[in-house]
Ligand binder design. Structure first.
Ligand code: ADE
Length: 423
């Protein structure tokens, strides 16, 4: 079917970006070579709702190499890179996405992806799977299974499973160790500050960074803020996580207190209204607001618009809201996840692992489907896949690790010896 993209003429610029990603994604390259050889996805229709930038394109091309017929749409209206989608369309992949698409277009493109009657779904945030269950219920059984990329999506799908509303097996790629320990922590840690620094050109050193949420993303954002020389305040609702942040050496405070101190506010909670009117009222002139959560609900944009007597673009990706007393609050990337709306997403080598997991998990779903189909529900990535990705990652860095001797294996008998991680 015909792609709907911004401009096919942008393809050459998109190919340059994709080639760079490809050159720095050795784990996925290895998986792609196997897919190309074995063609396990021949004739398999795959619909994917992902952030359409160069690393994602590399995943799509790997799946295509394995024989998949792909339809892609965006998992955020502001994360699409139009040159990359042009290159993907040039490669014969059907793409429905334009950077800055309206909410109506966003929804329409999800529908168009499902019109491809996919056998497999790859989702980032669970919008495609939610729509499938809501409006295409009779087609749920046509889908062999799905893979979900992100914490928010896995949380939504687990809720559906609990309520008996999930009608297919989903692999929670997010929950693999080589996903959340790397992507959510180091990926978000780097890409958020990259986006904040490139959009604002401001110094982080010597400033106060308020990090809301101390999950894997928050841990990464706080750690990299400290590395950049910021004083870090963590806001949390979970006492265990708050305690962990404290023991890690961060200040811990409610947002009502942190609001006065922060120069940068980064939300990573997955919850709504984390920074809202009462907090904006207290913030310093020039405070920078950025969201790193999947949905643009963490910074209350209605409150911000209501309190602002004026608003104006201050730099590309930065909008200034002028409050009644003249203070300016600076919102990055329209409150959408800042690392993709105002940056290029996670570092290439991080997405190398995440997307190798996606490709291997999709193949696992298919293979399981042929032998004994996985039941409906949320499933873990098999440990063997997790360890294989970690091993390939280490190999790509030229790092060797110890191997247990026979005596050590015997000593550890009954424990997890990591045997299956070779190869
Ligand atoms: N690039 C592609 N998908 C991404 C994601 N989920 N997070 C960060 N960068 C990405």
């Amino acid at each position: 079917m015909m792609s709907i993209i911004r401009d096919p003429a942008l393809a050459p610029a998109g190919w340059v970006k994709i080639r760079w990603a490809e050159a720095n994604m050795p784990v996925l390259a290895r998986v792609a070579a196997e897919l190309g050889h074995e063609r396990p996805l021949a004739g398999v229709r795959v619909a994917a709702c992902l952030h359409l930038e160069a690393k994602t394109a590399r995943l799509a091309l790997a799946l295509q190499q394995g024989g998949a017929e792909l339809a892609l749409c965006a998992s955020n209206p502001l994360s699409t890179q139009d040159d990359v989608t042009a290159a993907l369309a040039d490669a014969g992949i059907t793409v429905y996405a334009r950077r800055g698409e309206s909410p109506q277009e966003y929804e329409r493109f999800l529908h168009l992806c499902l019109e491809h009657r996919p056998h497999l779904i790859i989702d980032d945030g669970a919008d495609l799977l939610t729509l499938l269950h809501r409006e295409y219920a009779s087609r749920v059984s046509e889908v062999l299974g799905a893979c979900e990329e992100t914490t928010t999506g896995v949380t939504r799908l687990r809720a559906m499973a609990r309520e008996g509303r999930l009608g297919l097996p989903v692999i929670a790629v997010n929950d693999a160790l080589t996903k959340h320990l790397f992507d959510n922590r180091y990926g978000t840690g780097q890409s958020v500050w990259d986006a904040v620094m490139r959009t604002t050109n401001l110094s982080v050193a010597g400033k106060c960074a308020v990090v809301a949420g101390y999950g894997w993303c928050g841990r990464g954002v706080a750690s990299r803020a400290r590395g950049l020389g910021a004083r870090v305040i963590v806001c949390e609702v979970d006492p265990v996580r708050a305690g962990e942040a404290l023991m890690e050496g961060y200040e811990v405070a409610p947002m009502a207190d942190a609001a006065r101190a922060g120069d940068f506010f980064i939300t990573t909670t997955g919850c709504r209204d984390v920074v809202r009117g009462e907090h904006f009222q207290m913030m310093k002139d020039g405070a920078v607001l950025a969201n790193a959560g999947h949905f643009d609900v963490e910074i209350n944009l209605e409150d911000l618009a209501r309190l602002g007597v004026d608003r104006r673009p201050a730099r590309p990706g930065v909008e200034e809201f002028i409050l009644g007393d003249g203070r300016k609050l600076r919102l990055l990337g329209e409150g959408r996840l800042v690392n993709l709306a105002a940056g290029d997403g996670h570092p290439v080598e991080i997405m190398d692992m995440s997307f190798a997991l996606q490709a291997l998990s999709a193949c696992h779903l298919l293979a399981a489907g042929k032998a004994s189909p996985l039941p409906s529900g949320v499933h873990s990535v098999p440990q063997a896949i997790d360890r294989r990705v970690a091993s390939l990652f280490l190999a790509s860095r030229g790092v060797a690790i110890d191997i247990l001797t026979a005596d050590q294996r015997a000593y550890l008998v009954g424990e997890d010896t990591g045997e299956e991680d070779t190869g």
